[in-house]
Design a protein around this ligand. Structure first.
Ligand code: AGP
Length: 609
């Protein structure tokens, strides 16, 4: 997902742009650039590589100016290169543009413009968009040209455009890629992520789909693409800079793993009714009955959020009495799914911007489903397009590998389950037990985090293994999947998660003395069966690492390494059992010197198909 920053005000433009781009590095990118508009026109600097490389090129050079735009690019059309990096500037030097998203009909537009005499120097869809705006920019204002051009565009965009002949404004527009305004004192900002300017102002306005804005130094105009004025007041965001910074940890991922005692508590905060043994979920709005009486629930998500959905399936079926299916969003959106009346669709997405999940939700909505979102980023597209939903309140998750979002997603799913169950068959006493168990999570997570040093030792021992297997049963089968995903995405070691019983249907052929097998062997209803699976692995010289219940002595004779977790009601166990797996993956990757917060080929939010 590309990063966009624009600034107009009294500060040093280059410093504000570079600082903003650095705050968005986590999103994954392959090139960066900036353009400053001053008395000498538009001065543009860009290059392939990291922002540090761009800074090296700038070499402390001051570029005097009144405003500027900056960009980090995650290549979609056109290979990563300095030429294809943004901003793009017209040959005349009159316009410069940065873009996040994909223009789907850019080849048709490009052919049409070529016939009109336009020459293109890159292979990007973004350059096509710039020329289209330029083609309309005759005898009208920049915002008029942008609006006219965008009416011919199919696809997604978050853009910022500047003009040498109108040096007091930045024009922005959004369709499918987030754009947020930062409203300051005699200065204004635009960005794709408020982290880029939060140190200067906490007053923000999110653009909705099909909206545009023109920002000046001392005011802004907010309109639809059809030029209808919008009066939306800025909202104050309680996001401090330190929440963004690593707070002393070597990586954002480790910081976020260690935040989970608080973030799980934040997901619960104000949502539990101890007296009535239930949950209070205002975010469900007028859909509480629709959810309680749902004939079917479909959960659409990707990656880690998909794994959280699998746990939600177990909870909602067992305690909510509702049939549930969990779908990969990317498959659901093209499958022509059957949506009958009484179907509730949950879209689970940390970023709230994952293209496949957004499209799947839109498809479900189109077919008549009530769509509820479980997101972390406030004001994100999925959150705003859903009929209602619940936020995780986990704060910004910067590490590409999702950790605190996962445990908060399960927590929110547990709150939803409790709410529904108490409106159905769950007694007040059982509800109050559930509440008590949820309130115990914070201290139990703190207990697990204390095992970090021991887990680091296990990681050092297994760091060079080429393959791993993760096995679990019941509620912990999705945790096995999640543990495998964590390891592979940050350490680049091949790892697979399976239901433990599946072993005999193939994976057991992989077991030998070089194969570490991580078992989630909790003292729940599946314990005896898991123990037999462990025996099967040991009989083939497999190396067993077990996540076990505190106090379980028997497991010690079966597993080479045992990581203990405290006990909690079994539907909530995944919130605890995943944490040692997050730490194991982190430390193995750290020993291997991997780029933990920005693993190769990955982006924090996959906003393209
Ligand atoms: C998880 O560690 C990965 N980074 C990835 O699978 C992620 O969960 C997936 O892309 C979904 O993202 P979302 O929750 O923001 O929709």
């Amino acid at each position: 997902m590309c990063g966009i920053i624009g600034y107009i005000g009294h500060r040093d433009i280059v410093s504000v742009l570079l600082a903003g781009l650095k705050r968005m590095e986590y999103r994954g990118y392959d090139s960066s650039g900036l353009a400053v508009l001053g008395s000498d026109g538009i001065d543009l600097k860009k290059r392939i590589g990291k922002i540090a490389d761009l800074e090296e090129d700038l070499n402390g050079q001051k570029i005097p100016g009144w405003l500027g735009i900056g960009h980090t690019r995650w290549a979609t059309h056109g290979v990563p290169s300095t030429l294809n990096a943004h901003p793009h500037k017209t040959r005349s030097g009159e316009l410069a543009l940065i873009h996040n998203g994909i223009i789907e009909n850019y080849t048709a537009i490009r052919d049409d413009l070529s016939r009109k005499g336009h020459h293109f120097t890159t292979e990007t869809d973004t350059e096509t968009l710039l020329h289209l705006i330029q083609d309309y920019y005759r005898g009208c204002t920049l915002e008029e040209a942008v609006r006219e051009a965008l009416k011919h565009v199919k696809g997604t965009y978050g853009i910022a455009v500047i003009s040498r002949t109108e040096p007091d404004k930045i024009v922005v527009a959004r369709q499918g890629s987030p754009i947020v305004l930062g409203i300051g004192e005699n200065e204004n900002f635009v960005a794709s992520d408020m982290a880029a300017f939060i140190e200067y102002t906490k007053d923000v306005i999110y653009l909705n789909e099909g909206e545009t804005a023109v920002i000046y130094k001392d005011h802004f105009e907010h309109k639809t693409l059809n030029n209808h004025k919008i009066n939306r007041k800025p909202e104050r965001i309680n996001l401090s800079v330190e929440q963004i910074e690593k707070s002393g940890y070597p990586h954002f991922m480790l910081k976020e793993i260690f935040e989970q005692d608080h973030t799980v508590e934040d997901a619960i905060r104000g949502r539990l009714r101890e007296d009535e043994g239930t949950a209070r979920l205002y975010g469900l709005g007028k859909y509480k009955d629709a959810l309680t009486d749902a004939k079917r629930v479909i959960i659409v998500a990707c990656g880690t959020s998909y794994h959280a959905g699998l746990i939600g399936e177990y909870m909602l079926e067992e305690f909510g009495g509702i049939p549930v299916e969990v779908e990969y969003a990317s498959e659901f959106r093209y499958r022509n799914p059957i949506i009958e009346p009484g179907t509730i669709v949950f879209a689970i997405s940390q970023s709230g911007e994952t293209a496949d999940t957004l499209a799947a939700m839109r498809e479900a909505k189109h077919k008549g489903a009530v769509c509820l979102a479980i997101c972390n980023v406030v004001g994100s597209t999925i959150a705003r397009e859903a009929d209602a939903g619940l936020y995780l309140y986990a704060g910004p998750e910067i590490g590409v590998a999702s950790t605190k979002a996962f445990t908060s997603q399960i927590t929110v799913l547990a709150l939803i389950t409790l709410y529904i169950a108490r409106r159905k068959k769950m007694s007040i006493l059982d509800g109050q037990k559930w509440v008590k168990e949820m309130k115990s999570l914070q201290r139990k997570i703190q207990t697990i985090l204390k095992s970090d040093g021991y887990i680091k030792k296990i990681a050092e021992f297994f760091k060079d293994r080429p393959n791993f297997l993760y096995l679990g049963r019941g509620y912990n089968y999705p945790v096995a999947m999640e543990g495998a995903l964590k390891l592979k995405e940050i350490s680049y070691i091949h790892a697979e998660g399976y239901p433990a019983a599946e072993m005999k249907h193939g994976p057991i052929a992989l077991i030998d003395k070089d194969m570490p097998v991580v078992f989630i062997a909790i003292k729940d209803g599946t314990y005896d069966k898991i123990m037999s699976n462990i025996e099967e692995v040991r009989a083939r010289n497999g190396r067993v690492i077990a996540i076990a219940t505190q106090g379980d002595e028997e497991i010690k004779s079966k597993a080479e390494s045992v990581i203990y977790v405290p006990e909690v009601a079994y539907p909530l166990m995944p919130i605890l059992t995943v944490i040692p797996l997050q730490l194991l993956a982190y430390h193995i990757a750290s020993f291997r010197g991997a780029h933990i917060d920005q693993p190769r080929n990955l982006a924090k939010s996959v906003t393209v198909e």
